[in-house]
Design a protein around this ligand. Structure first.
Ligand SMILES: C[S@@+](CC[C@H](N)C(=O)[O-])C[C@H]1O[C@@H](n2cnc3c(N)ncnc32)[C@H](O)[C@@H]1O
Length: 245
């Protein structure tokens, strides 16, 4: 029988600062970007439960509960949630619930959460599914609640070689200028495309802000964010913090 320590072991990683996911959806970072940190601080100050969706092994959930938050950790991959649950210190267990679920289909009751974090998951969704997700998040928030959305930008990952294409499509007014239907064509030679998502939809601060505004949320802050790896740049991620008035 395995102990809690063994159940909470993270997969080995060949890349400093990143832990591989178990379902070919990229990596969990080992450090928090500015907006994920802001989520942990905000979630720690409010009375309502918060949602960390696309939580992987809980980098943000674990930091938030240390600040006093109550968190529902949700992810597509149940094995991530098993590892996360085993990593929660015994004295914090009553603050964490886990639930498997997939965006954009997952459902929660209206006005369930005071804060919602979706860190580096939205770029795995189509544009329409991002919009549906943000509209649903507005419903899940209590009045005055906040969303913290962070997505990979066009300037990171194997798709950064296509950043000029994104810039051209953005200038031409395309609604989802970072969307690449054929992600495999952007992968380095020799990469097994089966180990990657079929498409990728990197975001920028304007796109995330538009999804929030169209969903009826008020944007508090939106900007590019620095990643957590040794080769990080100031534009690895795009982020928005928005509130439900
Ligand atoms: C790149 S990791 C990000 C993990 C962590 N939030 C971070 O910022 O490092 C993406 C996570 O989102 C989950 N995920 C991918 N697609 C999802 C979806 N449609 N609904 C919910 N979770 C999803 C994956 O299982 C994975 O744990």
């Amino acid at each position: 029988m395995s102990t809690d320590d063994e159940k909470g072991e993270l997969p080995e990683s060949p890349v400093p600062g990143l832990i591989p996911t178990l379902n070919n959806t990229g990596w969990m970072t080992e450090s928090l970007d500015d907006f994920s940190t802001a989520f942990t601080e905000y979630a720690g100050q409010i009375n309502e439960e918060s949602l960390d969706i696309g939580c992987a092994y809980g980098i943000a959930t674990l930091a938030a509960v240390e600040r006093g938050a109550r968190v529902l950790a949700c992810d597509l991959e149940p094995k991530h949630l098993e590892i996360l649950a085993a990593r929660v210190p015994a004295k914090r267990r009553s603050q964490v619930r886990t639930q498997a679920g997939a965006l954009p289909d997952v459902e929660f009751p209206q006005a369930s959460f005071g804060a919602i974090l979706a860190a580096r998951v939205l770029h795995f969704l189509t544009g329409d599914d991002i919009d549906t997700t943000v509209q649903k998040m507005r419903e899940w928030l209590v009045p005055g609640g906040r969303v913290f959305l962070i997505a990979d930008s066009p300037y990171t990952g194997p798709w950064q070689s296509a950043a000029p294409d994104y810039e051209r499509r953005k200038a031409a007014g395309e609604r989802w200028p970072g969307f690449f239907a054929d992600y495999a064509s952007l992968l380095p030679p020799g990469t097994d495309a089966a180990e990657h998502p079929r498409f990728i939809n990197p975001q920028d601060p304007d796109l995330l802000s538009r999804s929030c505004e169209e969903a009826g949320l008020r944007v508090l802050e939106a900007r590019f964010l620095r990643g957590g790896t040794r080769r990080a740049s100031d534009r690895d991620h795009a982020g928005v913090i928005a509130t439900k008035d």
